[in-house]
Design a protein around this ligand. Sequence first.
Ligand code: C2E
Ligand code: CA
Ligand code: CA
Ligand code: CA
Length: 282
Amino acid sequence: AKSSGRNEAVFFDEEMHRSSLARMEMQTLLPRAIERGELRVHYQPLVDIDTGEAKGFEALVRWEQPGVGLVSPDDFIPLAEESGQIVAVGEWVLGTALADAQYWRSTVPGAADLRIAINLSARQLQHPGLVDMVAAALASSGMDPAAVELEITETVLMDDVKNSLDTLTRLRRLGVGVAIDDFGTGYSSLSYLRQLPVTTLKIDGTFIDGLGGAADEHARPIVEAIISLARALGLSVIAEGVETTQQLTVLRKLDARLGQGYHWARPMPYEDVAPWLRAQGR
Ligand code: C2E
Ligand code: CA
Ligand code: CA
Ligand code: CA
């Protein structure tokens, strides 16, 4: 289990995680979790590496299960993905995150340009109603599509390139951006990468982890290569999982512009975002 700070999710112990009883129980409880308002969205800042200023947030779902506490997405998103419940969960997250972001943009001084990033799963990408659902969420929130980025993992995108190309093209027509999440951990073909209408590469935290430390000579060339690849393709780059000053120093040397990680802030509950932005000097 990971460290459990104030805003960190509580992790089930291994035994419970594996037991099919717990899995069945979660799949039974999840649909009611939305109705009962037990899902939460936490927000983690996306930061300008040079200035430390927040440029936006990534929306990260949690489940506040009565008697259990905050359940991590790693413990229920894969189950929701198996059962198809992820489609309803994802729709709720998107609606909530766009409304929250629009609210901060219109009420917090200096936050009018804040961006919002939302994760999409494999099932959502395959779902025929996805593009209409995104269009409806944009319309009802009033959020500027150009300030919205949908994150899809490299593995999911490359799994069915034909469907990805079609769906991404239609999403981009709505005006939203698309980021490739966990970039570097999958097996992108460079020619597909060039064809897909993506806007951002998010460098996986495992590569950032190695920067500045004992593994630097292995990690740095990869991070450097991803940054120059993005530049050549005209894409933005976000370095994920930045935890230390050493990592930040290397990223500055490599001329990376945007970062995300515990070094700046952990994902925080909705109520903390406006005060956090104000404390940043907005
Ligand atoms: P992800 O999209 O790669 O999100 C980044 C994860 O890294 C988050 O974990 C975040 O809290 C964590 N993180 C951020 N900074 C640091 C750091 O400096 N060090 C370390 N060690 N970790 C850091 P989280 O919130 O537990 O989410 C885990 C995964 O669950 C996400 O990985 C994403 O794949 C999935 N997920 C979360 N919310 C949603 C959602 O609304 N929909 C879908 N489909 N998946 C989601
Ligand atoms: Ca993500
Ligand atoms: Ca990621
Ligand atoms: Ca990940």
